[in-house]
Ligand binder design. Sequence first.
Ligand code: G3P
Ligand code: CA
Length: 295
Amino acid sequence: MYLRPAAAAAAALLGATVLVAPAPSAQARAQDVACPSGPLVFAHRGASAYAPENTLAAVDVADHLGFEWVENDVQRTRDGRLVVIHDDNLRRTTNAEEVFPGRAPWNVRDFTAAEIARLDAGSWFDRKFAGTRVPTLEEYVGRLSRNQQKLLLEIKKPELYPGIERDTLRVLGQAGWLDAAHVNERLVVQSFGVDSVRAVHRQRPDLTTGVLGTPSAGDVAAYAEFTDRINPSHTTITSDYVAAVHALKGAHGKPLEVNTWTVDDAAGAVRARNLGVDGIITNTPDVVGEAVCEG
Ligand code: G3P
Ligand code: CA
């Protein structure tokens, strides 16, 4: 089940006053609560259709909409801190060019955490989010803990950050995110970097991991030794592909799962559900949540 009844009820009671984004309709919430089956819904970069991606505001909107699982992207600063941001440079989602005009090409890895903390990561999306910051991973998981949410953590471009897997696990461990409760139910680590996923599995074999992309059947069989999920773009999959992945057992002895991305409309959500996927990663969790119950 992808939506927490308690959160949905709270959101319904509190109404739009607690939201920084349009609230789902009361009808949608009722359908979500009544829909215990269907694919799990992940709020991609938080509920990023309604708040600036990969920020605490996007986490909070996902929470207010009633969604537990959020996806994010993790990269590393010049001084070795982990920050939550999608692009490997700061241009698109912050005002780095304005604050640091002489620092082209504004790569994340060329800035310290203190420098990145000065940036506005909200105004590009909507001026009402002015002053929103790029969160560190510590801040990010702290907010998830406060909201009792769960994390699909993507190690982004691991080839740029040698050893980022160990750094990520260290931060997660220090934040209390590697205890049995989190490892069993609240945390999945994924990457397009197959070696990165393999490294995470070697260092923490108990963690659930996912490989992003649409590997061939032969590669999937090899990946099953160190991963539990194959997470492809929705544009690349068929029901046969999903069934072929499901036919293999993953690193923890269960059938490999398929979580597909990024599906933002009702028709796409119904199609993905009908292909048999286990999860849908979406910028619009409210739309997808309603569609997979209804369609
Ligand atoms: O979680 C899947 C998705 O996030 C992968 O693509 O580019 O949005 O990180 P991207
Ligand atoms: Ca991502």
